[in-house]
Design a protein around this ligand. Structure first.
Ligand SMILES: [Zn+2]
Length: 246
């Protein structure tokens, strides 16, 4: 109820001010942050608002129903994709210890709300890439270190074809790569696709695996060839050699 009331207020304010679609996308959020003191909460609000504006302008206003943000006292990862998969798109969880260190993956999580996906490798890859590309604060998994440089250390153990088979909400990690490493590989691979072949082609691929609540389907492996004109194995080879040249 608290969230509904806050949304109604900010929505009216937005309409009265002649808001653009990007404003409507970024401007509606409600934070339940009893764990934070007043100044910590204000700081987080400012960082969230700035991040939401960036993501809405970059990806487009694909979500305009607002963000319901909870900040709890636990350690652990922030969340938005799994809540979306459960049917609560727009719900986000951040962790107070991470918020206090200004190390929350805010851009990453907002990207999940605007652009959720049934393919976990692509969804996480886009989130990690966005956090870097849009200049989000240093956060998990690469903490502002260059994604390609970090991925170059992992590429030998990275089985892209296997990682690409993970459906949301299965956790992205393998025997060879822990969760943090798998996220770095995903972010680097998505960055390679977007920088090499363009955003339009990436969006085309991404749209083939829309998130469906409580369904599990990472997509048809053949779609890579349909979109990029070459199989995933060839794209993975291109990625590996691009990393090797760095
Ligand atoms: Zn994520």
């Amino acid at each position: 109820m608290r969230f509904a009331r806050l949304f109604a207020t900010s929505l009216l304010a937005g309409v009265a001010g002649g808001a653009t679609a990007a404003d409507t996308c970024a401007g509606k959020f409600a934070i339940d942050a009893a764990e934070l003191d007043w100044s910590e909460e204000q700081g987080f609000r400012e960082r969230f608002a700035a991040a939401a504006k960036k993501v809405c302008e970059w990806w487009g206003p694909s979500w305009t129903r607002g963000f319901e943000i909870g900040v709890d006292r636990l350690r652990g990862p922030s969340m938005a994709l799994v809540p979306a998969w459960r049917g609560s798109r727009g719900s986000m969880i951040f962790r107070a210890p991470t918020v206090r260190r200004s190390a929350s993956a805010i851009v990453h999580e907002i990207t999940h709300v605007l652009a959720p996906n049934a393919n976990r490798f692509l969804a996480e890859g886009l989130g990690v890439y966005a956090q870097e590309a849009l200049g989000g604060q240093p956060a998990y998994p690469n903490f502002a270190r260059d994604l390609h440089r970090e991925a170059a250390k992992l590429a030998g153990n990275a089985d892209i074809a296997a990682l690409e088979r993970y459906a949301t909400p299965t956790r992205l990690r393998s025997d060879a790569l822990d969760g943090r490493e798998a996220y770095i590989v995903a972010g680097s691979f998505v960055r390679y696709l977007i920088e090499t072949y363009g955003m339009e082609r990436f969006r085309e691929l991404y749209a083939l695996t829309p998130l469906v609540v409580r369904a599990r389907d990472p997509g048809d492996p053949a779609r890579w060839r349909t979109v990029y004109g070459k199989p995933l194995a060839a794209l993975a080879e291109g990625w590996r050699s691009a990393l090797g040249k760095r």
